[in-house]
Design a protein around this ligand. Sequence first.
Ligand code: PLP
Length: 441
Amino acid sequence: MHYLWQSIMKFYSTKHEVERVGLKKAVLESLPADNGLYMPEEIKQLPIDFFEKAEGLSFAELSFQFARVLMQDLVPEEVLRKIVHETVNFDAPLISLEDRLHCLELWHGPSLAFKDFGARFMSRLMSHLCEDDNAELDILVATSGDTGGAVALGFYDTPGIRVTILYPSGKVSMLQEKQLTTLGKNITALEVDGSFDDCQRLVKTAFLDEDLSKRFRLSSANSINIARLIPQCFYYLQAYMSLKNKSKPVYMCVPSGNFGNITAGLIAKRMGLPFAGFIASNNANKVFYNYIETGVYQPSKTVATISNAMDVGAPSNFQRILDLYGGAHEKIAQDVSAYSFDDQQTEAAIGQLHQQYAYVACPHTAVAYLGAQSFLQDHPDAQVVFQSTAHPSKFLDSVEPIIGTSVELPAALLKLKDRPKNSIPVSPDYAEFKAFLLSRG
Ligand SMILES: *Cc1c(COP(=O)(O)O)cnc(C)c1O
């Protein structure tokens, strides 16, 4: 029960042009009407004895203790514990390659990429928030490959939620397609005869369509949802707790595209996680790197690279980072260093990791490794944890020719390989797409 003088935390838009909203609206709506991004009104400090008490806790329980502080009393404690434990039901091991160089593996979840954290948490939170509503929630997502897999697997079998995924026919890898099309139950895959942009246009138009919003409760599961940021804080904490030697200041290097991952790290730091700083490692899409160097934020056209989940020319979470630091470039640059690497350097890094450490990395992980290496050269007293954000088997075509051997497929992927694909072909024409949505009721 809430007493009048206890106000429940709300969420504001970074553009401040709309009213503050509660958790349910922020999560279901995803994007405020003023095109800003939702942020929590208050970022609470971890209690002084938090780290002492956290010693020896499982990753899931540690995450719950952290989530309680961040989410205050927005969700009843036992519900939150269940959501977090169901989210964090896989490990995030820290592997030390050198005294000062560690790798945090974030791909032990079902889709083999760090986006599992966000998708699993968001699905369960949405399900809880809609528990007392009568209507089913309809999630529409457009994917160019990776996000769709995490969303499909994250929402699979979640009560009260139906998921429809649109992907461009022939433009995702075979294994990515299997992740989208072999689940069944509450997940439907629509194979669009067109590009990723067509998929996105269909989804965006559907959200604005009144006929559809009268019939269905539409929601998106896109990367800017505040519910994705919350669980992404957990592994920063886990990494810190896993480090045996904390005598040298700890930095986290994050391979960044839309900057949702690193923004979660910055929130965790604001709450009191004692990271000395962060390193944003960019591929050739270096809008953020340019911002750190010059103080000028200039979105640009996307460049295609082998670390394609980071091919972003206008990182959406940049607004959140600005908001966290009151727009002060020098304060952001104090906490976040940035680097940018091209495909040639990324390929060389995949080779080096394999030769020197017998470590097989995906291209995104290799970009993070490069950032860590450069930072360590510039900061001889630091230690760096770099994130491994996807399993290399998701990027066989880039990785195998470099390391000269085949990448072992994890059991989760092997299982999918022989399952029959089940997708519904749709045309990129909006009227036809709409008719399809209406026809299935
Ligand atoms: C999405 C993704 C990234 C980039 O994360 P952001 O939160 O968008 O910065 C990095 N690596 C992999 C494998 C990804 O899927």
